[in-house]
Design a protein around this ligand. Structure first.
Ligand SMILES: Nc1ncnc2c1ncn2[C@@H]1O[C@H](COP(=O)(O)OP(=O)(O)OP(=O)(O)O)[C@@H](O)[C@H]1O
Ligand SMILES: [Mg+2]
Length: 239
């Protein structure tokens, strides 16, 4: 089933370059990975899906209905959980618990219910110990995981994750792979980490000059490599 459909999307920055030309994408049961050079428009595409930027042409359909008025956009934002590329764009409350409680409170939950949902979500991400921490004092990787908690607590039906492994160490990245595998949700993941995408998604598209190209699994390859962890124990990706 196609949950989200992008049809004929074109987008140019006013006075700047054009990023997409009649782009089409169906987001359904399969998990989709996006890879592509810096500046190719990956984040911009997520912003278009969330209604933060307006395409020059094209339309977005959610569950078969065109998203074209305030009510439909509100509904889309309720159903689609969007992890920003920069966690600082997502986190704004003094403490972690307040940040994760904000969404449920905003959706009308009473205080104790919102708090219980927030704690359960933090626990599911192994973050319960962070509840009382000052958000802006967290490390980059901790912020990224807390930002994920602020989305998952809202029980989204579709996930858009913009570079979720940024700032994560290898062990935490593997934990994220397991967390995402446990979620039974359609998702689109932007990442420069091909190994992570290969583990977490079913199809990988590369975005290049405004077009999505399906990356065939036969292109996967392995090669000898040096890595920065020296003789410390570490996980290998397996690709
Ligand atoms: N307001 C703007 N006016 C003109 N160009 C812009 C504007 N905002 C962003 N851009 C450009 O749009 C392009 C796409 O940006 P975007 O953030 O979508 O790239 P990205 O694929 O997510 O890159 P990265 O991998 O670095 O996150 C970039 O070249 C960026 O400089
Ligand atoms: Mg980006």
């Amino acid at each position: 089933m196609t949950a989200l459909l992008l049809e004929d999307i074109s987008f140019c920055h006013p006075g700047g370059g054009c990023l997409f030309h009649h782009l089409k994408l169906a987001i359904g049961a399969e998990r989709v990975g996006f890879i592509g050079p810096n500046g190719s428009g990956k984040t911009t595409l997520f912003h278009i899906i969330m209604g933060l930027l307006k395409p020059d042409s094209g339309r977005i359909l959610l569950d078969g209905r065109q998203v074209n008025d305030v009510r439909a956009w509100r509904q889309l934002r309720r159903q689609v959980g969007f992890l920003f590329q920069d966690a600082d764009d997502q986190l704004f409350s003094p403490t972690v618990l307040e940040d994760v409680t904000f969404g449920p409170l905003n959706m009308g939950d009473d205080g104790p219910t919102a708090k219980a949902k927030a704690m359960a979500t933090l626990e599911s991400l192994d973050l319960a110990g962070f509840a009382g921490r000052i958000t802006h004092q967290l490390s980059g990787g901790e912020k990224k995981l807390v930002a994920l908690a602020t989305i998952l607590v809202m029980a989204p039906e579709i996930l858009l994750l913009d570079e979720p492994t940024n700032n994560l160490d290898m062990a935490t990245r593997e934990r994220l792979v397991a967390i995402l595998a446990d979620l039974n949700l359609p998702m689109v993941i932007i990442s420069h980490d091909f190994d992570f995408l290969a583990k977490s998604t079913d199809i990988i598209y590369s975005l290049d000059h405004g077009h999505l190209h399906r990356s065939e699994s036969s292109h996967l390859h392995s090669h000898p490599h040096a890595h920065i962890y020296g003789d410390h124990p570490h996980a290998h990706g397996g690709y």
